[in-house]
Ligand binder design. Structure first.
Ligand code: MG
Length: 385
């Protein structure tokens, strides 16, 4: 009998995508990388296709189509290009699990299609729930599709909730490393360079999420993600700065007990859990030794120093299409910061301006989100000129 799960990795050349391929190679009798996709990292995508022999490979950037096709012409691999091809490919009846590891808004349409087809989703693209949490949650109620979180904090919460009922949850405690500027004086933040912001103390990640971690926008997005994944009010989600990144998050229950999940700061761990769930997969990976950590600390975040964290709570309270605008404005501002067109402290200023400029839509449908995303990107780009 064939029990191998066919996996799609959307964003196979990014940090999560590469680590997902590691996990798949760790358990060849359990998983097969049936579909891999990338945005524009053509050379790595080609070498992954030759190494892992998927059935289907797609490059989102259509200008690389011929290069991909030529490189793989002697292999029995279907080759396509374009975002539409990715959104269609997730519907393939052979696929069991979709790992959504692409960056930003681009994860939305394939995730929606995967839910419509009842696929299991290993969610690494938190922006999907930021943009469309309400829509996705309503769709999930009508689908046999399940979402298993890959984000380390949400994996920790998910693991802490196994065997618990929703009524028992009192509070979700989301841990944050605090990023590279946790100990900086607020008056020095204007001097932050791109290199400073890309130097995360604990986690090796892609550039976009590393900047989001430095501004703590990432933690704000994770509050929104947790609200939708675990059906809790934002007022019942507390962010706690835990610089060692060993306790990946916690749940406090109605009797006062707290359950936490600990581990080394290594994304292989939550990816392995999401792919294996409900089975815990044995691994020879490096394991945490508790006695190595005699100084685990927890403190409240500084909302003045990290205005994007408070912005996220404001945006959740507004709801509707406003979280979608927050994400779009942030994507444009972070890209501009990475291009060294704006300074670090301009990121929250530009994002706040764009969010306040958005026309409110309650209970947004997919088309409303597409328009909000487009208009907010245009407006935010106009602020950069
Ligand atoms: Mg995280």
């Amino acid at each position: 009998m064939n029990n191998i799960k066919n996996i799609a990795i959307l964003g196979s050349t990014g940090s999560i995508g590469r680590q997902t391929l590691d996990i798949i190679s760790e358990y060849p009798s359990l998983f097969y990388p049936y579909l891999i996709t990338a945005n524009s990292s053509i050379d790595l995508l080609i070498s992954q296709a030759i190494k892992y022999k998927p059935k289907h490979v797609i490059i989102a950037n259509e200008s690389y189509y011929q290069q991909l096709k030529d490189a793989l012409h002697e292999y029995p691999i279907k080759v396509e290009a374009g975002a539409k091809a990715i959104a269609e490919a997730v519907k393939d009846s052979q696929l069991d699990t979709i790992v959504t590891a692409m960056v930003g808004y681009s994860g939305l349409e394939p995730t929606i299609n995967a839910i419509k087809e009842g696929k299991t989703i290993a969610l690494a693209n938190k922006e999907t729930l930021v943009v469309a949490g309400e829509l996705i949650t309503n769709m999930l109620k009508r689908s046999k599709s399940k979402i298993y979180p890959v984000d380390s904090e949400h994996s920790a919460i998910f693991q802490s909730l196994v065997g618990e009922s929703h009524d028992s949850i009192s509070k979700i405690i989301l841990t944050a490393s605090g990023g590279p500027f946790r100990t900086w004086n607020i008056n020095d933040m204007a001097k932050i360079t791109k290199a400073d912001a890309l130097n995360h103390p604990n986690w090796k990640m892609g550039a976009k999420i590393t900047i989001d971690s430095a501004t703590m926008m990432n933690k704000g997005f994770e509050v929104i993600e947790a609200k939708w994944l675990f059906d809790v009010d934002a007022k019942d989600i507390e962010v706690v700065v835990h610089p060692q990144s060993i306790v990946h998050s916690m749940v406090q229950f109605v009797d006062g007990s707290i359950k936490a999940q600990w581990g080394l700061p290594d994304m292989h761990l939550p990816i392995r859990y999401a792919l294996g769930f409900p089975t815990r997969l044995a691994s020879n990976c490096a394991k945490l030794k508790v006695s190595d950590y005699s100084n685990l600390t927890f403190e409240s975040p500084d909302f003045n120093k990290f205005p994007m964290l408070s912005m996220a709570f404001d945006v959740i309270a507004k709801g509707g299409n406003i979280p979608c605008a927050l994400n779009a404005a942030n994507e444009i501002a972070v890209a501009a910061f990475l291009d060294e067109r704006i300074s670090y402290i301009q990121i929250p200023q530009i994002v706040e301006n764009a969010v306040n400029h958005t026309d409110y839509i309650s209970n947004p449908q997919y088309d409303d989100l597409v328009i909000t995303n487009k208009l907010t990107r245009q407006y935010t780009s106009s602020l950069l000129k």
